[in-house]
Design a protein around this ligand. Structure first.
Ligand SMILES: Cc1cc2nc3c(=O)[nH]c(=O)nc-3n(C[C@H](O)[C@H](O)[C@H](O)COP(=O)(O)O)c2cc1C
Length: 361
């Protein structure tokens, strides 16, 4: 039990106890070696190993019952009523114990108002847009330039090529991409660096130098392809090991003052647009976690049909819309509603696609 109470001073509610002076003396009837005390004095608390010189309240209880109180399996009042806990001193003070050791219940110190947004998050919130000078396009399709994802991206890039920006296109499949082993060395190690020094680590450390990250990946079983998720997990080293509240959600702060904006490009095999839904939601959440600012998406469904030479002429309006999206993203950071509709418009009906597909195009 001592082991637990030793760290209880860390969760002292400093506001609630700013005027409190109490010493809680714990006499564990089943194990006298565990005798200890918590001494609260005006917003500070000290753990005392053994019997304190003086105390305001003495609690005699069995270890298991005190554990069940701390783990909220039992209420203090019920344990007292059952005669399993006896108090010497003012018993009203014991009922305050939970309140005194409630940490920072409203996370006041960590509230959004104290959270320093990254520059890109701030810009997006204020509706400001700075034309991206440096763009990283990360292609997560293992089929690289033979795939539909790269084809869609290449149309977008044609639009961006007319703009004043520098684009680095990287195929994830070309990189040595080790799986994060969860060792937290990038947080807790001496140098705060990832244990791996592979291609992915080099690239990840460059991410904050880009203004825009284009994440282009096909839908694989309702989400991101595994290798790309691997890559994203490795990005933990861009965050700091601390809890903050951002939009009423627990997050880690960015280690960098600026992160890139993010645009999602994807393709899927199935015919309904909602095949993108889990991926959109996931990537939006990744952006909140990683402090990327999500600016939108280019998601033509069944884009693989565009790779069929006989069908490509039908997709020319979609292709032109994707090129235009590249230009618009550069100048305004947005894709208009009309353009979005043109990109996502199903050109062939489900019946037509099924008939083509099942005859092995
Ligand atoms: C392993 C695997 C899983 C897939 N899962 C889905 C899926 O859940 N939903 C879907 O619509 N398409 C799915 N597809 C189809 C791909 O999204 C589609 O073929 C896409 O165009 C492939 O892009 P690429 O040519 O750039 O590799 C899957 C493909 C593969 C290889």
């Amino acid at each position: 039990m001592k082991k637990v109470l030793q760290i209880w001073p860390l969760i002292l509610n400093k506001i609630e106890t700013s005027n409190v002076k109490e010493t809680y003396f714990f006499d564990f009837s089943d194990n006298k070696d565990e005798t200890c005390a918590l001494q609260i004095s005006k917003g500070t608390c000290q753990f005392i190993d053994g019997v304190p010189e003086n105390y305001t309240i003495k609690i005699t209880v069995e270890t298991k019952d005190w554990i069940s109180i701390l783990s909220k399996e039992q209420l203090i009042e019920d344990v007292i009523a059952d005669g399993k806990l006896t108090i010497e001193g003012d018993d009203k003070k014991l009922t305050k114990f939970e309140q005194y050791f409630s940490g920072d219940p409203d996370c006041l110190q960590f509230k959004s108002s104290n959270y320093v947004m990254t520059e890109n998050e701030k810009e997006l919130e204020e509706g400001k847009w700075t034309k991206p000078r440096k763009i990283l396009a990360l292609i997560g399709s293992p089929r690289k330039d033979r795939g539909a994802t790269t084809m869609v991206y290449s149309f977008l890039k044609q639009g961006l090529d007319d703009c004043d920006c520098e684009i680095d296109t990287i195929y994830l499949a070309d990189l040595e991409n080790k799986t994060c082993k969860g060792c937290f060395t990038c947080w807790n190690g001496k140098d705060k660096k990832c244990v791996y020094s592979d291609d992915v680590n080099d690239l990840i450390l460059k991410i904050p130098t880009y203004d825009l990250l284009i994440l282009a990946a096909p839908v694989y079983i309702d989400g991101l392809p595994g290798a790309l998720k691997n890559f994203i997990d490795r990005m933990l080293c861009l965050l700091a090991p601390e809890f903050i509240i951002k939009d009423d959600h627990c997050r880690h702060p960015s280690r960098y003052p600026r992160m890139p904006h993010l645009l999602l490009v994807s393709t899927c095999g199935f015919t309904e647009f909602d095949n993108f839904s889990p991926m959109i939601e996931h990537v939006e959440e990744i952006c909140k976690n990683m402090h990327f600012s999500y600016i939108g998406e280019v998601l033509p469904p069944t884009a693989w049909l565009m790779t069929v030479p006989n069908l490509q002429p039908l997709y020319l309006p979609v292709i032109e819309a994707i090129k235009q999206a590249g230009k618009d993203i550069f100048t305004s950071g947005k894709i208009s509603e009309d353009l979005y509709k043109q990109i996502t418009k199903p050109i062939l009906s489900r019946g037509q696609i099924f008939a083509f597909y099942n005859r092995d195009l």
